[in-house]
Design a protein around this ligand. Structure first.
Ligand code: ATP
Ligand code: AMO
Length: 465
């Protein structure tokens, strides 16, 4: 009988069996009595040999096969044969000797971008140049304009499988710690993270916003006695600046929890969750990490156990020691954060670390000031390779202080009234954090642009595809 097989599963144990695969025409060549068709499925490729054979393969069939447009979808039936040596440029150790080919869906003759061009690494380009080949470089915008094709490269296939694992591991790690997954509204009355980067809209005649984070409602869930909550959902930021690490819509991994004594309880959970994620990626995604590495080579993430925790003041001291002028009460700019990342790596041999006890003035209004020194706050940022992936803190749970802090930060407290009210009915001490999923994947794999880790990125200049 006919057995459907995944291209990626084809191996020597299928030798001499007739199998049926469905995939795309990756490349095709040959003429006369012999044709070669490389079929690709989910990033795996197999060579299919079409050779004239009485009553099975005619010259006409070879002509038909060699005229198939690249990226068309075909069903191929063939006998699995182990070649004397692996076929160059294919992923599978066997080839198919074709008995039947059926085209399921034809791709246009002229594709807007060529997949092979999209899949080349810098090394490939250099080699090509030395050999005098003229390779086309497909720019970021062209790729994103034609994202459906661009996403078919092995590296892109791998990136989104890794992204899926990050959220799966995040979810499982928190469920194991007794967190409840909730879903907070994305249409809300006001800004939660400051007014400048908010998308405004009209909600049935009433001014409204797209949620800049689940901040307000995840805290309200704590006031509603859920104890420990998390959410994986969209976050909207009307960013003005066009940078390598800001999107206008990204996926937030948020959690919030009651604490007994100290914001370090939040850090303990965060540390457990992220060590689970990193270990899990290294364990489960070796193939994907290899595929990314082949196009975009990177050093594997180095991380310590337990995770390195430095205070903001210690960060300032490290920078000063290395001769950098920094204001100890102001936020680090992107450059300084990167420099600190390098210095921390040299000194502690880690790409992943926590910076805590930030100056209060540079944190959002809902952040709890330190009890021993009000100039500082019970807050933290977490970095990979010197770039921020997580931000969090203990929260103010006193409604009067919350009102005062919001007013000082220039926020119209009227838009926050139901949020502030929820602290008037008894509110436990609590804290939490927000993680940018696309940033985690970008920085784990040391990719240079967040658009690479967003399926259909939204930035200040892009609303399509
Ligand atoms: P958070 O919102 O928690 O601060 P973030 O990573 O989005 O996280 P921003 O607040 O946007 O960071 O900015 C952090 C730092 O990055 C700021 O100190 C700022 O100097 C710098 N920064 C932000 N946008 C840009 C930009 N377009 N170009 C250069 N630096 C930037
Ligand atoms: P913050 O504004 O720092 O904190 O956001 C949390 C994390 O989200 C990611 N991030 C972004 N990713 C892509 N594009 C953007 N424009 C963007 N902005 C932020 C970063 C960042 O660390 N409510 C707090 C979290 C909390 O305290 O629980 C918040 O939103 O990885």
């Amino acid at each position: 009988g006919r057995v459907w097989t995944q291209v990626g599963d084809l191996g020597q144990d299928h030798a001499q069996q007739t199998v049926l695969v469905r995939g795309r025409v990756h490349t095709v060549r040959g003429k006369g009595s012999l044709g070669f068709l490389v079929v690709r499925e989910a990033g795996h490729t197999v060579q299919c040999v079409v050779q004239v054979k009485d009553n099975v393969v005619s010259k006409g069939m070879i002509k038909y096969v060699t005229k198939l447009n690249k990226e068309s979808i075909v069903d191929v039936e063939g006998l699995v044969v182990v070649p004397p040596k692996p076929v160059e440029g294919t992923s599978q150790p066997v080839e198919l000797h074709v008995t039947k080919v059926f085209c399921v869906s034809t791709a246009a003759v002229q594709l807007p971008i060529n997949l092979e061009d999209c899949a080349r690494s810098e090394v490939d380009f250099q080699k090509g140049e030395e050999e005098g080949k003229k390779f086309v470089r497909v720019g970021q915008d062209t790729r994103l304009n034609n994202r459906v094709i661009d996403l078919r490269t092995p590296a892109n296939q791998a990136i989104f499988r890794i992204q899926c694992q990050v959220s799966a591991l995040f979810r499982q790690a928190l469920l194991d710690e007794d967190f409840v997954e909730l879903h907070t509204p994305k249409l809300i009355a006001g800004a939660s993270e400051g007014g400048s980067s908010v998308f405004k809209l009209e909600y049935k005649g009433q001014p409204a916003c797209l949620a800049q984070s689940p901040q307000l409602h995840k805290q309200m869930a704590i006031c509603a006695d859920f104890g420990r909550v998390f959410e994986i959902g969209p976050v909207f930021r009307a960013e003005d600046s066009f940078t390598h690490r800001h999107l206008c819509e990204f996926t937030g991994l948020d959690f919030e929890m009651e604490i007994k004594e100290h914001y370090f309880e939040v850090l303990d959970v965060l540390e457990k969750v992220f060590l689970t994620i990193f270990d899990g990626l290294n364990e489960k995604c070796a193939k994907q990490l290899k595929a990314i590495n082949e196009q975009y080579p990177f050093e594997p993430l180095q991380y310590l156990r337990p995770t390195l925790r430095l205070t903001f003041a210690e960060g300032v001291a490290i920078l000063k020691e290395a001769g950098h002028e920094v204001d100890p009460m102001a936020d680090f700019n992107t450059e300084t954060e990167k420099t600190l990342g390098k210095l921390v790596k040299e000194k502690y041999k880690t790409d992943f670390y926590i910076l805590h006890r930030y100056p209060a003035a540079i944190r959002p209004f809902y952040t709890m000031p330190c009890w021993d020194d009000k100039r500082y706050s019970n807050s933290f940022d977490v970095f990979i390779r010197g770039e921020e992936i997580i931000s969090g803190a203990q929260r103010v749970h006193d409604p009067e202080l919350l009102t005062k802090r919001a007013t000082e930060c220039g926020i119209d407290v009227k838009t926050l009234s139901t949020y502030i009210d929820s602290f008037r009915y008894g509110a436990p001490p609590h804290g939490g954090a927000g993680v940018g999923l696309e940033r985690v994947v970008m920085l784990f794999c040391a990719l240079n642009n967040i658009r690479k880790t967003s399926l259909f990125p939204r930035d200040p200049q892009r609303l399509a595809p």
